[in-house]
Design a protein. Structure first.
Length: 547
């Protein structure tokens, strides 16, 4: 447990009498931390925040152009189907870990808890930095999309206007700044705000689906959508298909977001994994019908594929050239995506705060602080905003390089999903996992863990391929360079300093985990009467209350 966490908790009267500790606090203390954030998220608001980030049907609207180049209509449909199935298995394995070890640290925390004692620190440290970079890039990707939407709405009504990259960047800075300020100064309103964004997304899906299908003048034939494979990438069809699947995985990006809010929701061991699964389920049930609707409703595929904002061109075609209608739907999309920007900023700040709490960052003592009045990790949130603003400068020089960093977010996040699952496989599920609310079982759990590791290993290679051949300066893929750079950075940080100071969650020992087992099983066991259950919980509170 970090000294900063103990000091802050003591200052805010979080060190309650042993008999007053909640089961959620007991779970957290058994994993080496003291609760510092208010548990203000309900199951609905947690789901709203998680789906606001993933928003599969909107996310695919932003990236379907790569599968379209890879295979035409069939590429858009079948790449999405494969990505949906794959991400479902990966999410299942991740949700089980979130149920076993609910913590705002997410994947790096899971890796630490399941890894052998000798290697747990370095595995968790590497996982933590991959997760931090991935979330920073994800936050940037959401904000840059909002900025691009703004300038494209302007070009819709003023075709002579040609936006420059620095103008897009200034819009981007405005979105980053707004999200940072909202996260810091309106923390109590965020659960309600994300619920509103969630309702707007579900309502938007229904309105967009019905309107696009009803208004489009003609429909594409079934053969164009399902059969006629048109590969324009320069790769063979198999490689092109895998490239399309990789981009389609963006539709289920950041399903771990709920895990980083685990310390702000009651019963996180139950609600966090449920939220992950429901997020994917809603994602699949919205993205598949929406994709079919817009693929059948496209009037000019070439115009969509060459547009700077394909989804707005689709609206324009489906609404028979109505600029007002296209602008209305695009603005609605912008509003929903702004909710994703806020949710990303919240999540990234929580992750950075949690990682700093365990001394994983330079200047950890600064970033691990929670503002006593606002009850928000202010410094970590400011760091998120400043990083995104500075990182966005790359966009002015090269949109290709900027987009390569964004593609890396998909790879890094999935790598952090697979790493702790790989450790579980290596050690054996019975040895690595405690009693948990969400248990996949021996057979299905082993399958999900093994599939996650193999799938991510394959796509670590695929994501390094450029989308088009022959390769030019405009189509160059810098993902491999970014991976190498991040690996060197993490290695240097570890060997120069953090190998000595990174503590991990500070788990006290086997006794604490055994007490956690008592807390989790007392209410569910039919072998104990109420008096026995109370006695067993009292034992756990006595052991954990002093941590």
């Amino acid at each position: 447990m970090s000294p900063a966490a103990i000091e802050t908790a003591a200052g805010n009267n979080h060190m309650e009498n042993n008999t007053q500790l909640s089961e959620d606090e007991l779970e957290l203390r058994a994993q080496g931390h003291v609760g510092e954030l208010p548990r203000q998220f309900s199951a609905v608001s947690l789901l709203s925040l998680a789906f606001s980030i993933t928003n599969s049907w909107i996310g695919y609207s932003a990236v379907f152009i790569t599968p379209l180049f890879a295979g035409g209509g069939p590429g858009v449909i079948y790449c999405l189907l494969v990505a949906s199935i794959a991400c479902s298995f990966i999410t299942a394995g991740l949700a089980e870990l979130a149920s076993a070890f609910p913590s705002s640290g997410g994947q790096y925390h899971f890796a630490y808890m399941v890894a052998p004692v000798r290697f747990r620190a370095i595995i968790a440290f590497a996982t933590g930095w991959l997760s931090v970079f991935a979330w920073l890039f994800t936050t940037a990707s959401a904000c840059i999309f909002c900025a691009q939407v703004c300038v494209n709405i302007a070009t819709l009504f003023h075709p002579e206007y040609v936006p420059t990259q620095w103008q897009v960047y200034l819009c981007y800075v405005a979105f980053v700044g707004a999200c940072t300020l909202i996260t810091i100064f309106l923390p109590k309103r965020i659960p309600l705000m994300e619920t509103v964004f969630f309702i707007a997304s579900v309502a938007g899906f229904l309105v967009f689906l019905i309107t696009v299908l009803a208004s489009s003048e003609t429909k594409q034939s079934a053969s164009v959508v399902f059969v006629d494979w048109v590969n324009l990438t320069g790769w063979d069809d198999g490689t092109a298909f895998l490239l399309g699947v990789g981009q389609a995985m963006y539709s289920f990006l950041a399903v771990d977001s709920a895990s980083h809010i685990a310390e702000e929701v009651p019963q996180p061991g139950k609600k966090v994994p449920q939220t992950m699964w429901v997020t994917v389920l809603i994602g699949i049930t919205t993205v598949l019908p929406w994709t079919l609707a817009f693929m059948f409703s496209i009037q000019d595929i070439d115009a969509v594929s060459t547009s700077t904002l394909p989804i707005m061109e689709l609206y324009l075609q489906a609404l028979r050239g109505s600029k007002a209608g296209a602008a209305f739907f695009t603005t609605w999309l912008l509003f929903i995506y702004f909710g994703a920007c806020i949710a990303c900023t919240v999540t990234t700040g929580r992750l950075i705060w949690a990682f700093a709490r365990d001394h994983g960052l330079p200047f950890s003592s600064t970033f691990s602080k929670v503002h006593t009045g606002l009850e928000v990790p202010v410094n970590a949130t400011i760091f998120t905003g400043v990083f995104c603003i500075l990182y966005g400068l790359i966009y002015i020089g090269s949109t290709t390089a900027f987009n390569s960093f964004i593609a890396t977010a998909i790879l890094f996040l999935n790598a952090t999903y697979a790493l702790p699952q790989g450790v579980v496989l290596f050690r054996g599920r019975k040895n690595a996992l405690p009693t948990r609310h969400f248990d996949l079982g021996t057979v299905f759990g082993t399958f999900c863990n093994g599939f996650s590791v193999l799938w991510v290993a394959l796509f670590t290679i695929i994501f390094c391929f450029p989308v088009f051949r022959p390769v030019t300066a405009e189509t160059m893929n810098y993902v491999s360079v970014i991976i190498a750079g991040v690996c060197v950075f993490v290695a240097l940080l570890w060997w120069c300093d953090k190998g000595k100071t990174f503590t991990g969650p500070g788990v006290v020992g086997l006794e604490a985990l055994e007490a956690l087992e008592i807390v989790r099983t007392a209410d569910e066991s039919v072998h104990f009467d109420q008096e026995s259950k109370s006695g067993r919980k009292g034992q756990a509170k006595t052991e954990l209350g002093s941590l």
